[in-house]
Write a protein that binds this ligand. Structure first.
Ligand code: SAH
Length: 349
């Protein structure tokens, strides 16, 4: 019989499993706290649980660990990039970043990605599978253990499209923020999407309190469809309508991410279009220099980001420029995993 992944179970599910096995319901909370508060994953070390129950837990449940395949430390800043190997041999990337207010972690939500954005390294190696809630949690728990730091901010901006793994991502967020568990405030979570419109409406209804980031990258449909295939399914107008609903439902400001690419999206006309699109909206624009991906030709000239920020400012749109962290350690998403696959030569699966 296949063992159940215990870290992906919420408290109710764990209670139901234990009651079904003839155990007392309150045991579930004890076990939940061992896992999510004390971060103890070895059943033998759960000392307030009887030896008999520990034995039964071992027979029926497992904790799918993550293994550090590679750990790269930046010499420029304190960014640390982890390439984690999952139980089935797949790889994901996790990046730990230091800010003045604390440590923030960027986690992956899928092994690979289906979205096919032209400028993104994750798209090149293709899609393998969704991550389980436990595998998203473990990126946090394992990184905290490995680095010895407490993570206070979380961004879902690693490999994968979080809204294409909606149910597991929502379950992960509920587990992470559970008051009897890790009790992480979802106010300190940012979720980034390329724009899967129906899921934005669903997420709005949940009112989780997180910050929604939209990878916009162009305010013009034909240009956006060219670099982001998702735009052919849900165009900019449909996306913006969903964003307006999200803001109205949640009262939260949206962040629009915009990677400035030479000759693609940074002209005066592009600034006009973007300003017209976002004027009056409760939002914020985050400009990013494009991370060079070997197989792709996209570039950002030296002053292009600052120039585009000025163009937006002149049009009354405030934009911040994202600090590039770990530029010496291939911190661009998906590059480490792709290199590892190329070396191992098994598609990472
Ligand atoms: N799938 C989600 C989250 C993962 S990508 C999304 O699309 O938002 C995280 C962010 O990095 C997105 O804004 C994405 O567009 C951006 N990104 C991907 N490749 C990039 C590159 N080469 N240079 C700059 N930003 C990139």
């Amino acid at each position: 019989m296949e063992k159940t992944d215990i870290l992906s179970l919420d408290l109710h599910e764990l209670e139901a499993e234990l009651v079904r096995a003839g155990e007392k319901k309150f045991r579930a909370k004890q076990i939940f706290q061992w896992l999510h508060v004390k971060k103890v994953f070895d059943f033998d070390k759960m000392t307030d649980i009887s030896v008999q129950l520990r034995g039964r837990l071992k027979e029926n449940f497992c904790v799918n660990g993550l293994f550090v395949q590679k750990r790269l430390e930046s010499c420029i800043d304190n960014t640390v990039k982890y390439l984690y190997r999952l139980c089935d041999g797949n790889f994901v990337e996790t990046v730990l970043m230091e800010y003045s207010y604390g440590y923030s972690l960027c986690i992956s939500t899928q092994v690979g990605c289906k979205m096919g954005c032209r400028f993104c390294a994750s798209a090149i190696a293709g899609f393998v599978r969704n991550l389980e809630p436990s595998e998203m949690l473990m990126q946090i728990y394992e990184t905290e253990k490995n680095s010895g730091v407490k993570i206070s901010g979380l961004v879902l901006m690693g490999i994968g499209e979080p809204l294409d793994n909606y149910d597991n991502v929502v379950k992960f967020l509920r587990l992470l923020s559970h008051k009897d568990g890790n009790n992480f405030s979802l106010r300190h979570v940012s979720l980034s999407t390329c724009g899967i419109v129906p899921k934005i409406y669903e997420l709005a209804e949940l009112k989780l309190g997180l910050t929604l980031c939209i990878s916009l990258h162009s305010a013009e449909n034909s240009a956006r469809s060219e670099i982001m295939p998702i735009n052919r399914a849900y165009n900019i107008q449909e996306l913006l309508e969903a964003c307006r609903t999200y803001i109205a439902e949640t009262g939260r400001r949206i962040t629009f991410e915009y990677a400035v690419m030479d000759g693609v999206n940074s002209s005066e006309k592009d600034a006009d279009r973007l300003a017209a699109l976002l004027r009056g909206m409760n939002c914020h624009v985050n400009l990013i220099p494009v991370n060079k991906v070997k197989e792709r030709q996209y570039t950002t000239a030296g002053t292009a980001v600052a120039d585009f920020a000025k163009r937006l400012e002149k049009r009354g749109i405030n934009a911040t420029v994202r600090r590039t962290l770990g530029s010496d350690i291939e911190a661009a998403c998906g590059q480490l995993r792709r290199d590892a696959i190329n070396r191992v030569g098994n598609g990472g699966a």
